[in-house]
Design a protein around this ligand. Structure first.
Ligand SMILES: NC(=O)c1ccc[n+]([C@@H]2O[C@H](COP(=O)([O-])OP(=O)(O)OC[C@H]3O[C@@H](n4cnc5c(N)ncnc54)[C@H](OP(=O)(O)O)[C@@H]3O)[C@@H](O)[C@H]2O)c1
Length: 238
């Protein structure tokens, strides 16, 4: 299985890479810090350190990383940033622009590159969030970006008829993102973070390797039971 994944230096992307390698996949990864894992053999893990927020360099980075890739069974658009939990009225528009670059526009460039280079792709999983539809108080830039990502996936589904695309909310996963949400955000000010604090350390917030295994086990069901372009929340699956 050939897989391209973004944001696999930590968190869910790292867990997915570990789990994919355990399942003998060949993984191409892209993140700023780079993937810390070592593969059993050189070809099993190719890695490129790339800032996906720098849109001018994404195409060249893909050319270099994926130069000998002829087909992909799975593309996981996982890289993402949260930004700060704060009032939207207090949020600098340039910070919003940056979130949109990383969470949305870099993914557009990746899909454009795959279409342009005519690399067959069986399935795309764009890692979205419940925040795309909840739009809770304080989740401004993140919610806007994930809502846009959901719509981006729906639009590309029209133009990639041989690929199954899903915008996928992975549920709560215990990662660095949760360090910030559970450790630094005041739930008296932003009540929606209280349920994250309550879930941490329980089965409602698995670690990234556990979450990765569950997600990979659901790939066939996503393809078989959900129309391409759909937004699917893992919490609605069996
Ligand atoms: N954790 C949760 O509960 C949860 C819930 C719903 C959705 N999600 C989504 O899951 C995805 C993974 O998040 P996570 O929780 O695993 O957080 P994380 O540990 O902070 O991981 C984020 C990943 O994205 C990469 N990334 C961020 N900015 C980047 C940039 N400019 N260029 C390249 N890579 C970049 C990071 O790599 P570098 O820093 O090395 O660049 C890192 O590998 C995100 O899309 C997030 O929105 C998470």
């Amino acid at each position: 299985m050939n897989v391209f994944i973004t944001g696999n230096s930590s968190g869910l992307g790292l867990g997915l890479t570990e789990e994919l390698m355990a399942r003998d996949a060949i993984v191409w990864g892209m993140s700023r810090r780079g993937c810390p894992l070592k593969a059993k053999h050189d070809d099993a893990l190719r890695d490129r350190q790339q800032d996906l927020g720098n849109l001018n360099q994404v195409e060249e980075g893909l050319d270099r990383l994926l130069s000998d890739c002829l087909r992909l069974d799975l593309v996981i658009l996982n890289a993402g940033i949260l930004g700060r939990i704060q009032d939207i009225a207090q949020t600098d528009v340039h910070d919003l622009e940056h979130i949109m670059r990383v969470n949305v526009w870099s993914n557009k460039l990746i899909l454009d590159w795959l279409i342009e280079r005519q690399i067959p792709v069986r399935q795309v999983l764009a890692i979205s969030s419940g925040a795309a539809v909840n739009l809770s108080y304080g989740w401004g830039g993140y919610s806007l970006s994930k809502a846009a990502l959901n719509n981006l996936v729906k639009l590309y589904a029209h133009e990639m008829p041989d690929t199954h695309l899903t915008a996928f909310a992975p549920g709560l996963v215990d990662t660095a993102m949760q360090d910030y949400l559970c450790g630094e955000v005041d739930s008296a000010e932003y009540p929606s973070v209280q349920k994250l604090k309550d879930a941490r350390g329980t089965e409602d917030m698995p670690d990234s390797r556990q979450a990765a295994a569950r997600i990979l086990d659901l790939l066939d069901e996503l393809r078989d039971q959900h129309e391409s372009g759909s937004f699917v929340d893992i919490r609605t699956m069996g």
